[in-house]
Design a binder for this molecule. Structure first.
Ligand code: BGP
Length: 468
């Protein structure tokens, strides 16, 4: 089987991780511009001031994407580049940059797939309470409208938010992302709710503009599985899926929150402050949402944990690796002897991907899905000048095979975006953890080089994955 003609083969990036030019052409300061400079927060103090200089080299980069045969490029817009203080005047230079980038993609027939929020919040909004402040909801809706009006004639695929669980969880529970708050569950749930409302407002606005494209949201896809058949661990996995998956997918796709979680939030005093108007808005926008983007890297293997003692923020080289109790002390994630892990401790599990996709189909039916991120973080070997990223090729191959299988089973998957198109800044792991098809030489003026995976993916796209 070949992948269907309307299936998009793409690759992704995010503004803070590639652009650089952090204070050029009128861009405002983002929360990450500040947070990454606090000693001890990122790997060896790395930050995105220069990143891989995509802001100045986008033409060269898009040309390479075209050479690779990429059908679509997922990138994000930096909010403070468009509205420097988050809620005020528009920066025309920012609009110009994304116009240029979009036009450059279209010149080669590359479909731009645009994320509005991939974590770089204008610092002025962060200081006013960030996502816990309801003013951020309206500021976001305004910013989204500016983008729809400026780029919507050419951009037909919009993602509102990238991975709410990560920026809220790391921001208000683990303290590893801005604003660096630890263990504040009340703020965490408030922030997630505010994001869902902001999403709903942006979706409504988009539909009212009648630009006839599609709009959705990207979530982490981190399905939980019990480590064994013990009842208490099966319960732990169910709990993890309710809190970490359904809490995020239900308000978007069903327009309401799962009762299982709601009841417990009430008991703990963690229920967000919400109005009936907001809840009605969620309800009303559920069937306006066109798709869900899934970022899949690994599943979660879970078991019951009795207490949160020893809970520590999981950061630096082990971000996202198993080994921590959940914030509420109900379950913990564990590494298992019979599983395979990357150098950073992330499980490699294409089977977990397929089982997870089936779980989603069961709960949400035929919703349209894009895999908006999937890839292998590795330190790529360079052998006689060849960047021999064979493990990455194998990783992507195995995951694409699963996607093919899922499509054959009737799961409505419409595209695949490898993370990442080019080596870029990993939020907490610097430049050491590489993901790209294109290598960036940090010792030689950020020179770009094609990796083995570049040629491999080109062939997959050309042959529409027939051999997989
Ligand atoms: C996702 C983010 C990406 C990217 C990726 C890899 O959660 O959306 O921006 O960073 O994870 O993560 P890491 O760089 O920590 O390996």
């Amino acid at each position: 089987m070949k992948f269907p003609k309307d299936f998009l083969f793409g690759a992704a990036s995010a503004s803070y991780q590639v652009e650089g030019a952090w204070n050029e052409d009128g861009k405002g300061i983002s929360n990450w511009d500040i947070f990454s400079k606090i000693p001890g927060k990122t790997f060896e103090g790395t930050n995105g001031d220069v990143a891989v200089d995509h802001y100045h080299r986008y033409k060269e980069d898009v040309k390479l994407m075209a050479e690779m045969g990429l059908e679509s490029y997922r990138f994000s817009i930096s909010w403070p580049r468009i509205i420097p203080d988050g809620d005020g005047k528009v920066n025309e230079k920012g609009i110009e940059f994304y116009n240029n980038l979009i036009n450059e993609c279209l010149k080669y027939g590359i479909v731009p797939f645009v994320t509005l929020y991939h974590w770089d919040l204008p610092q002025t909004l962060e200081e006013a309470g960030g996502w816990t402040n309801k003013k951020t909801i309206d500021a976001f809706a305004k910013y989204a409208e500016v983008c729809f009006r400026a780029f919507g004639d050419r951009v037909k695929h919009w993602i509102t938010f990238n991975e709410t669980i990560v920026f809220c969880g790391h921001g208000y529970l683990a303290g590893a992302h801005p604003p660096g708050i630890v263990n504040d569950a009340k703020k965490y749930f408030q922030a997630t709710h505010n994001v869902f409302v902001a999403h709903a407002k942006a979706v409504s606005k988009y539909k009212s503009l009648k630009q006839y494209g599609e709009i959705g949201i990207t979530h982490v896809f981190n399905p939980a599985f019990s480590v064994d058949d013990k009842e208490e661990n099966i319960f732990a996995a169910k709990h993890a899926n309710y809190y970490d998956t359904f809490w995020f997918y239900d308000p978007i796709l069903k327009g309401e929150y799962p009762e299982y979680v709601l009841d417990q939030l009430k008991e703990h005093g963690w229920t967000p402050d919400w109005t009936n108007e907001e809840l009605d808005l969620l309800k009303a926008s559920a069937d306006k949402n066109d798709f869900i983007g899934l970022n899949y890297y690994q599943p979660k293997r879970v078991m019951k944990v009795e207490s949160t003692e020893g809970f520590e923020a999981n950061r630096e080289n082990s971000t996202g690796a198993p080994g921590n109790p959940s914030f509420d002390g109900v379950y913990k994630t564990v590494m298992m002897k019979d599983k395979v892990y990357t150098k950073w401790g992330w499980e490699i599990s294409p089977e977990g991907f397929l089982d997870g996709l089936r779980m989603l189909k069961e709960r949400y039916g035929d919703v349209k899905l894009y895999i908006t991120e999937n890839g292998l973080g590795d330190e790529d070997p360079i052998i006689e000048d060849v960047i021999a990223d064979v493990p990455r090729i194998n990783f992507i191959k195995e995951h694409l095979k699963v996607i093919k299988k899922a499509i054959q089973e009737g799961i409505n998957l419409k595209g695949y975006y490898a993370w990442s198109v080019i080596d870029l800044l990993s939020w907490l792991n610097g430049y050491k953890k590489q993901y790209g098809f294109i290598y960036v030489d940090h010792k030689n003026n950020l020179e770009r080089k094609k990796k083995l995976s570049f040629y491999w993916y080109k062939n997959i796209i050309e042959t529409r994955g027939e051999e997989l």
